[in-house]
Design a protein around this ligand. Structure first.
Ligand SMILES: [Zn+2]
Length: 212
């Protein structure tokens, strides 16, 4: 089981880069396993990864494997601890999400698909140095009742119930960020009302990707 899951983690990391969401080794990806999670290693190109390079980390902070875990393991652990429904966590520095995040902007409900992240907006977590407990706290705050957030001066983090859904969510949020960025370049966004977003969220609760 663990070998299959380790390979899925690598395949999803490769797909994340192939989709254009991420460049090189700046992003990181994890999947819940047992009393902890499997995570991509620190600073290694995904292209050459083998299953032995992935790291298992327990919620007690102990690691198993020959590599060091991604430097962002803290917020991965925090997300699993705060969101029982999270089975996969994706973090990347996609261009459009990072652009908005560097302006300190989240994404309001300019488009109904914002609901895919679980609420009526996608927040931007306050800045903190990468890898720090403070960054974990800020990410957890921005992810309250949400599955995705931007991170100021940094990028995007999201979680889902499995790896394919986490990748699909990240791709959708990056698309929304791209469109919102274009709107801001031309004019002002017209935001959907809270009552309309309530309707959309209700519909989304019974709609989604097919089970795989
Ligand atoms: Zn990062």
């Amino acid at each position: 089981m663990t070998q299959v899951l380790r390979q899925k983690l690598i395949d999803t990391a490769l797909a994340m880069n192939a989709s254009g969401l991420n460049k090189g080794a700046s992003g990181n990806l994890s999947v819940r396993y047992g009393d902890g999670f499997l995570i991509t290693p620190s600073g290694m190109d995904y292209a050459g990864l083998s299953t032995n390079d992935t790291v298992w980390m327990g919620f007690d902070g102990k690691t198993q494997g020959k590599r060091k875990p991604s430097s962002e393991w803290r917020f991965h652990a925090a997300i699993y601890n705060h969101h029982a429904e999270a089975n996969a966590v994706l973090h990347a520095h996609p261009v459009s999400c990072s652009t908005l995040a560097c302006l300190g902007k989240g994404i309001p409900a300019f488009h109904y698909m914002i609901a895919i992240a679980g609420g009526r907006d996608i927040r931007c977590a306050d800045y903190a140095t990468f890898g720090t407990p403070q960054l974990s706290e800020n990410v957890i705050e921005a992810l309250q009742d949400r599955k995705a957030c931007l991170m100021a001066h940094h990028g995007l983090t999201c979680f889902e119930k499995d790896l394919p859904r986490a990748l699909a969510l990240a791709i959708e949020v990056e698309h929304l960020a791209t469109v919102y960025g274009r709107i801001l370049a031309i004019g002002e966004a017209d935001i959907l009302t809270d009552s309309e977003m309530e309707k959309v969220l209700k519909k989304f609760s019974s709609y989604g990707l097919q089970d795989v």
